[in-house]
Write a protein that binds this ligand. Structure first.
Ligand code: PGA
Length: 251
């Protein structure tokens, strides 16, 4: 099965000209990395045009966020339906940076259910703020999953992609250790199967946080994950090429 690599560009780059350059580099790298499906999540403003100009198959597009309502008086929001129309096949839901802006588990549940209804793949992000000796983070992750998936029917559970990205590992120097992720991946799988039964076995589990070309292959090998969510390294043409090449060489 191809590994899913999500490139979350966040609020970068500053201009569409630079976005086109970054996309061109990502595209070249993705075409060479045959063991990978690259999903780029550019700022929404850039996505439709990048999508419209792209004829290949190596890249898919994701939105970084979406409003679950179909329309209405929601100044400044973009609906999931509009993002599907712009070519998004995936939508990131509940990223730690969105949670920090006030998004809660209930809102995330609505978005996840809306994504399933619109046939766009939700990339549901979960993860604790910090790790304490008592291991409370397991209960936090279980609770995030329980609420976020509450509007998803068991038969649809396998359509969800879950990304574990603890806040303490995002935007740092080093990624989490693969063996720690391995443990978390088993835990997440068990939670989802407890909640939704056998379809939970189909869920793809990803890791996100401070990955680069040197840590990504090891995480894919030892982390019990089916893909990765990459922030900074996806926003740089040289780094995304190096990261995809390293994964491919190790495949
Ligand atoms: P980073 O971002 O790779 O820059 O740490 C990852 C994320 O947003 O999950």
């Amino acid at each position: 099965m191809k590994r899913l690599i999500i490139g979350n560009w966040k609020m970068n780059p500053p201009t569409f000209k630079e976005a086109k350059k970054l996309f061109a580099a990502s595209r070249l790298a993705a075409e060479k990395a045959r063991s990978v499906t690259l999903v780029v999540a550019p700022p929404t403003l850039f996505m439709r045009e990048l999508r419209a100009a792209y004829r290949g198959r190596a890249i898919q597009f994701a939105a970084q966020n979406a409003n679950d309502e179909i329309g209405g008086a929601h100044t400044g929001e973009i609906s999931m339906r509009q993002l599907v129309d712009a070519g998004a096949k995936f939508v990131i839901i509940g990223h730690a940076e969105r949670r920090a802006l006030g998004e809660n588990n209930e809102t995330i549940a609505k978005k996840t259910a809306a994504a399933i209804a619109l046939k766009i793949t939700p990339i549901l992000c979960v993860g604790e703020h910090e790790r304490t000796q008592g291991g409370e983070y397991f209960a936090q992750v279980r609770e995030q999953l329980r609420i976020a998936l509450s509007g998803v029917e068991a038969k649809d559970a396998g359509k969800v992609v879950v990304t574990y990205e603890p806040l303490w590992a995002i935007g740092k120097q080093e990624a989490m250790q693969p063996r720690q992720m391995h443990e978390m991946s088993i835990f997440i799988r068990k939670c989802i199967v407890d909640l939704k039964g056998a379809p939970g076995m189909q869920v793809k589990i990803l890791y996100g946080g401070s990955l680069d070309a040197s840590s990504a292959p090891a995480m894919l090998k030892g982390g019990d994950v089916q893909g990765l969510l990459v922030g900074r390294a996806s926003e740089n043409p040289v780094q995304i090429a190096a990261l995809l090449e390293a994964i491919e060489d190790d495949a």
